[in-house]
Design a protein around this ligand. Structure first.
Ligand code: HPA
Length: 274
C-alpha cells in the first residue's frame, strides 16, 4: 500500500516539476469546477496512478492536479471514491498518503451534504467541527503501516482548531456565511429516512453525507492537519419540501461553488500570510 503511494507520488513529482504542494484539496460532488482556478496546473489522471480507483459518480472527474491557488502550492484530488461504490474503503489510503508524500501539510476536504438545521438551507456552507462515523467500515482496518502513523491514534481536535479559526477569519473577510457543525457519514447510496434524520439530530449531527470521514481518518493517521467544508445542498429527509436527488445535489453544489471558491482562496491567502 505504501509502495503504491510512493509510486504515485513519484509519477506526480516527475510531471509537476518543482512545485511542492503545501495543501491537499479534495473536491466533492459538483465542486470539481474549482480546479479551473488552479494556475501552473499539471493534471494527472487517476488511471495513470497506481492504487488510485476511478470514481464512478457523476460530478467526480478522477484526476489529480498540482499547481497554485492564490499563490499557494496545492495538490487537488478532483473526484473521490465512496463506500457505496462497493470497493474496499482502504482505497482511500493511497490518494491521501500520496498527498502527504508530495509534501502536503494540510488537507482541505469539501463535500456535499444534507442539512439537519432548517436555518442552514440549500446552497449554504458549513465548516465541519467534528464528525460521527456511521460508515460500516474504516480505511485503516488491516495491517498498520508504521511508516505513516501509529496503530492507535487520537481523533479529538481532528478538525484543526487553528485552521478553523483561519477559516472563520476567511469567511468574515469575504462576507461568506459559514455555518459550523458536526458531520455524520452514512454508507448510502440511498438518502436517509426521516426517522434516521431525527435519530441523527438526537445524536448531535448538523449535516449528513456519504464521504469525507474515511479521508479524514487516513489524513489524521499520517499527521496531516485537516479542515473541511460541506456545501449543504438540501434539507435532510423529512425537513424540506423538495424531493432529494443527486441532480439537486449537483444543482446546489454548483450554485454554492462560487462561495466555496471565495472561501478557499481567502483561506489560502490567510495561510500564506502566516
Ligand atoms: N444525505 C446524504 N448525503 C447527501 C445528502 C443527504 O441529504 N445531500 C447531499 N449528500
Amino acid at each position: 500500500m505504501s509502495g503504491q503511494a510512493q509510486a504515485a507520488a513519484a509519477i506526480v513529482r516527475g510531471r509537476a516539476g518543482d512545485i511542492t504542494p503545501r495543501v491537499g484539496i479534495v473536491l466533492g460532488s459538483g465542486l470539481g469546477g474549482l480546479a479551473a482556478d488552479i494556475a501552473e496546473a499539471t493534471t494527472v489522471s487517476y488511471a495513470d496512478l497506481p492504487g488510485f480507483s476511478t470514481p464512478g459518480v457523476e460530478g467526480h472527474a478522477g484526476q489529480l492536479i498540482v499547481g497554485r491557488l492564490a499563490g499557494v502550492p496545492v495538490a487537488c484530488l478532483q473526484g473521490r471514491v465512496h463506500y457505496y461504490e462497493g470497493g474496499p474503503l482502504s482505497a482511500v489510503r493511497v490518494p491521501i498518503r500520496t498527498l502527504k508524500l508530495l509534501g502536503c501539510e494540510i488537507l482541505f476536504a469539501t463535500n456535499a451534504a444534507g442539512s439537519l438545521d432548517v436555518a442552514a438551507g440549500p446552497g449554504s456552507l458549513m465548516m465541519i467541527s467534528d464528525h460521527i462515523n456511521m460508515l460500516p467500515g474504516n480505511p485503516l482496518v488491516g495491517d498498520n503501516d508504521d511508516d505513516f502513523g501509529p496503530r492507535f491514534f487520537a481523533m479529538d481536535e481532528a478538525y484543526d482548531p487553528a485552521l478553523r479559526d483561519l477559516l472563520r477569519q476567511a469567511a468574515g473577510d469575504t462576507n461568506v456565511t459559514l455555518h459550523e457543525g458536526v458531520y455524520i457519514a452514512c454508507q448510502g447510496p440511498n438518502f436517509e429516512t426521516p426517522a434516521e434524520i431525527r435519530a441523527f439530530a438526537a445524536l448531535g449531527a448538523d449535516a449528513v453525507g456519504m464521504s469525507t470521514v474515511p479521508e479524514v481518518l487516513v489524513a489524521r493517521h499520517c499527521g496531516l492537519r485537516v479542515t473541511a467544508v460541506s456545501v449543504l445542498t438540501n434539507l435532510a429527509a423529512g425537513l424540506g419540501d423538495e424531493a432529494l436527488s443527486h441532480d439537486q445535489t449537483l444543482k446546489y453544489a454548483g450554485a454554492a461553488a462560487r462561495d466555496m471558491s471565495t472561501l478557499l482562496l481567502a483561506f489560502l491567502r490567510a495561510l500564506d500570510a502566516r
